[in-house]
Design a protein. Structure first.
Length: 403
C-alpha cells in the first residue's frame, strides 16, 4: 500500500508474511484439513507470485509454528496435531496483545542480507503478537518526494510504534520525533550498527565494531598478522547536511573494530583496506559484475596481498568465486571470515560473525509490547553481542553453482 494513496487499511507487505497469513488462515478455517498436502514450494512461489526463497521461508516458519510437517521425499502436510501445538489468538486481547488492532510502521533498508533477515523475524513476531506490520521500504538517496507522503501518513494515521533503520543521516529525525510526541508513538531504532541517531530514541543495535574485532582476533589466533578488510566506499554528497559529513559513516566501525584488535595485539600496519561499491547501487549489490570481478582478481594476484580477508559474507563469497574461476592458487594458510552468518557462509563453508538479528528482533518486540510506564521511564539502549559461527570449508568444486 502506498502511504500517499489515502487508504486507511494497513496490511502485511512482505512476501513470506503474506503467504504465512494466507496458509495459516486456510488451516484454521478448515479449508486445509489435517493431513492435506500443500503445494510444492516452487508451485507456491508461482501461485502467489513470490520468490522461491520467500515461499521456502514461509513453509519453514509454518513448520516451526506447528501448523505443518515436512516428510522427506513426500512433501509438506498439514500436521494432524496442529490444534494441540498452536495457540490460536483469542478475539479478546490478552496481557501481551494490543487492545485493538494496531499497526507498527517499519522503515527499513532495501538490503536483502542480514538487515532483511532482521525485519523478516520482526514481522513474524508482530503477527504472532496481534499487530499489523506495515513496511515502508527505504532506499539510499530518498528525499522529500519519497519521505513526505510517509510522514503525512503517520500524522493522519499514527502507528503504535515506528521501527527505523536509518533515514538519510538524520534528515527527518525532528519530524518523526514531533509526530511521536504528539500522538504518543514509540520510536525504536532497530538493528543498526553504523549511524548516529537522536539520543532520546530507544535503540536495539548490532555491534558491528565488535563483529570486526572478533573476526580479526580469530585470524590472529590462526597466526595471521596481516588482514585485508573489504568495505564499501564512502558516498558523502554535497547535498548531505554538515552533521552527516562529520559523522563516522558507513564502514568506519568495521575498520575501527579490526584495527583496534590488531593494535591491541601489538600489530601495527597490519590492516589493509579494500573498497567496493555500496550494496545500495546495482554495481555494489552484485559483486560478480565484470568490474568487481576484475577488482577482486587484482587484489588476489597482488604481490603484497594478505593471506586473510574479512568482509560481509556476500563480498567474501564473491572473492572465493573469483579465485576459483581464474584458477588463482591461494596459499594453504589462506583464510577468510565473513560478517553476517548468512546463507553465503553456510553454503561455501567459511566462518562468519553472526550479528544475531534474532535477538535484535526479540528485543524490539519487547519494547513494542512493554507497558507505557516502563517504556517511558527509561532510555532503552541495547547493543547485541555478535557471535562467531564456524562452518566447514567446502571445496571450490562444491561451490561452482552457488552464484
Amino acid at each position: 500500500m502506498s502511504p500517499s494513496s489515502g487508504r486507511k487499511v494497513v496490511r502485511d507487505t512482505t512476501a513470506s508474511s503474506r503467504l504465512i497469513t494466507r496458509l495459516r488462515d486456510s488451516i484454521e478455517s478448515g479449508e486445509l484439513r489435517a493431513g492435506d498436502k500443500l503445494a510444492t514450494i516452487r508451485n507456491l512461489a508461482h501461485q502467489y507470485d513470490i520468490t522461491f526463497d520467500a515461499a521456502r521461508s514461509a513453509v519453514a516458519r509454518l513448520e516451526s509454528m506447528g501448523y505443518v510437517i515436512r516428510k522427506r521425499r513426500s512433501g509438506t502436510f498439514v500436521d494432524d496435531t496442529w490444534q494441540s501445538k498452536v495457540q490460536v489468538k483469542p478475539q479478546a486481547a490478552g496481557p501481551n496483545q494490543p487492545s485493538q488492532q494496531q499497526y507498527v510502521a517499519l522503515i527499513l533498508d532495501s538490503k536483502v542480507h542480514h538487515y532483511g533477515r532482521f525485519f523478516d523475524k520482526l514481522v513474524l513476531g508482530l503477527q504472532e503478537a496481534g499487530y499489523i506490520p506495515s513496511l515502508f521500504r527505504w532506499r539510499m538517496g530518498w528525499g522529500d518526494q519519497e519521505m513526505q507522503p510517509i510522514l503525512d501518513y503517520f500524522e493522519n494515521t499514527p502507528p503504535h510504534a515506528v521501527v527505523i533503520q536509518q533515514l538519510n543521516g538524520g534528515r527527518y529525525d525532528r519530524q518523526i520525533q514531533a509526530i511521536a510526541k504528539k500522538h504518543h508513538v514509540r520510536v525504536i531504532s532497530g538493528f543498526l550498527g553504523n549511524m548516529l541517531i537522536p539520543d532520546n530514541w530507544h535503540k536495539v543495535h548490532a555491534d558491528e565494531q565488535a563483529a570486526a574485532a572478533i573476526a580479526a582476533q580469530y585470524l590472529m589466533d590462526k597466526g595471521h598478522k596481516r588482514i585485508g578488510l573489504i568495505v564499501h566506499d564512502r558516498n558523502i554528497l554535497d547535498s548531505d547536511p554538515a552533521s552527516l559529513r562529520k559523522r563516522a559513516y558507513g564502514h568506519t566501525r568495521l575498520i575501527l573494530g579490526a584495527g583496534h584488535a590488531l593494535r591491541d595485539a601489538g600489530i601495527h600496519d597490519g590492516l589493509q583496506i579494500y573498497y567496493q561499491k555500496r550494496i545500495s547501487i546495482p554495481e555494489g549489490a552484485n559483486p560478480m559484475t565484470n568490474s568487481n570481478k576484475q577488482q577482486a582478481m587484482d587484489w588476489l594476484t597482488s604481490p603484497d596481498r594478505p593471506d586473510a580477508f574479512v568482509g560481509e559474507d556476500y563480498r567474501i563469497a564473491a572473492l572465493l568465486r573469483v579465485a576459483f574461476e581464474n584458477n588463482i592458487k591461494l596459499p594453504e594458510n589462506f583464510q577468510v571470515v565473513g560478517i553476517g552468518n548468512t546463507p553465503w557462509a553456510k553454503l561455501m563453508g567459511f566462518p562468519s560473525v553472526w550479528l544475531r538479528e534474532d535477538l535484535a528482533a526479540e528485543h524490539v518486540m519487547n519494547l513494542i509490547q512493554m507497558k507505557d510506564v516502563l517504556f517511558n521511564s527509561f532510555s532503552h539502549q541495547v547493543m547485541i553481542k555478535p557471535k562467531l559461527v564456524e562452518h566447514h570449508m567446502a571445496s571450490f568444486d562444491d561451490c561452482v553453482d552457488i552464484f
